[in-house]
Design a protein around this ligand. Structure first.
Ligand code: CU
Length: 175
């Protein structure tokens, strides 16, 4: 009998101490949370770093709904200025793709005629008359081109898609 009681006592004690151990372990985890993952300290700006080239000025221009016109027909830039020209095609018809092509003055017919059927190359045939151009934007799409404004003077911009340049045009003045 005595032995049996001892055994029961021992087993109970074991169970108790096991439970206590588990509790302790749980407490240990709670009171000693994982150290935070190593995060690199935020870098202070390096005074010796080269100045970042300033962001280009963003100029937005759009088609006038389904009309063959730009909503802005006169732009002004400063010579040497970096510009990001953003073209939004607001047409709702899928037969109305557009682009924005900056050209030397007086070359609209020449550049327009050269590119009007060239759907394979954004309706543009590069030449010295073409100073900058966006890819073609389908209806609802937005395209852009970043370039440096040319020497002071007057320029023209047109859409060269399928004859649009007859009415889809504007003037750029570079000061
Ligand atoms: Cu167009």
């Amino acid at each position: 009998m005595t032995n049996r009681w001892l055994m029961i006592a021992a087993v109970s004690l074991g169970a108790l101490s096991l439970g206590a151990c588990k509790e302790k372990a749980a407490q240990a985890v709670e009171s000693h949370p994982e150290p935070p993952a190593d995060k690199p300290a935020p870098k202070a700006p390096d005074p010796a770093a080269k100045p970042v080239e300033s962001a280009p000025r963003v100029i937005e221009i759009a088609s006038k709904g389904n009309r063959l016109e730009f909503d802005v027909t006169k732009l002004t830039m400063k010579e040497g200025e970096r510009v990001k020209l953003v073209l939004v095609n607001k047409a709702t018809l899928d037969v109305m793709p557009h682009n924005w092509v900056l050209i030397r003055p007086g070359t609209a017919d020449k550049v327009g005629a050269a590119g009007q059927e060239r759907s394979d190359s954004d309706y543009v045939v590069p030449s010295p008359d073409v100073l900058a151009y966006t890819p073609v934007a389908k209806h609802g799409q937005t395209v852009e081109v970043t370039f440096t404004a040319p020497a002071a003077g007057k320029y023209e911009y047109i859409c060269t898609v399928m004859g649009h340049w007859i009415t889809m045009k504007g003037e750029l003045v570079v000061e």
